[in-house]
Structures are given as structure tokens and as C-alpha cells.
Design a binder for this molecule. Structure first.
Ligand SMILES: [Zn+2]
Length: 93
């Protein structure tokens, strides 16, 4: 089962499907990572699928449960400096 490469429009290779080569797969990956993923100039019928995928992806990224920073709440308590001797000790009076 083969299609056409969404990057350059050449016939896709089985190993790198849906891309024609590893290079085009990398091009597509870089577009995702840079956040500027756009439908290639080559006409495809996948526009709706890509939009739905983008929507699901941004929803997942905005979900606080997926934010690893929220799981490190214990550190702030243990990192708090102890204030030894700052309180009056009744035994000294
Ligand atoms: Zn290609």
C-alpha cells in the first residue's frame, strides 16, 4: 500500500511511509517541532485529519495534568530554611 509523499509528492516508500524518504520525514518532523506545521504546497486530502490532530495535540499540551512541573510540589516545603533560635525559649528566662 503506497501513497504520495506529502512533502514532495513522490511515491511513498514502504519503510518511510507516508513519506518518500527519511529526509522528507525529517522535514515533516521539523515542521511539527517548530510549531509552524502547515499543509504542504502539494495538494492532499488530509486537511481535516491534520486539523483534528493539531487540535487534540494542543489540548493535550494545555492539560495541566500533562505538565511535569506540577508534580514537583514537595520540593518547596523541604527547601524552606529552618528558623532555629528565632523564637523565645522559655527555658532561658
Ligand atoms: Zn518526499
Amino acid at each position: 500500500m503506497t501513497g504520495t509523499c506529502p512533502i514532495c509528492g513522490k511515491p511513498a516508500a514502504t519503510e518511510t511511509t507516508p513519506f518518500c524518504s527519511r529526509r522528507c520525514a525529517d522535514v515533516d518532523l521539523h515542521r511539527w517541532l517548530s510549531g509552524g506545521y502547515a499543509i504542504p504546497a502539494v495538494e492532499t486530502d488530509d486537511e481535516d485529519g491534520d486539523e483534528a490532530l493539531n487540535e487534540a495535540l494542543s489540548e493535550a499540551l494545555n492539560d495541566p495534568r500533562n505538565n511535569p512541573r506540577n508534580t514537583s510540589g514537595n520540593d518547596s516545603r523541604s527547601a524552606r530554611p529552618r528558623q532555629a533560635g528565632s523564637r523565645d525559649d522559655p527555658a532561658l528566662h
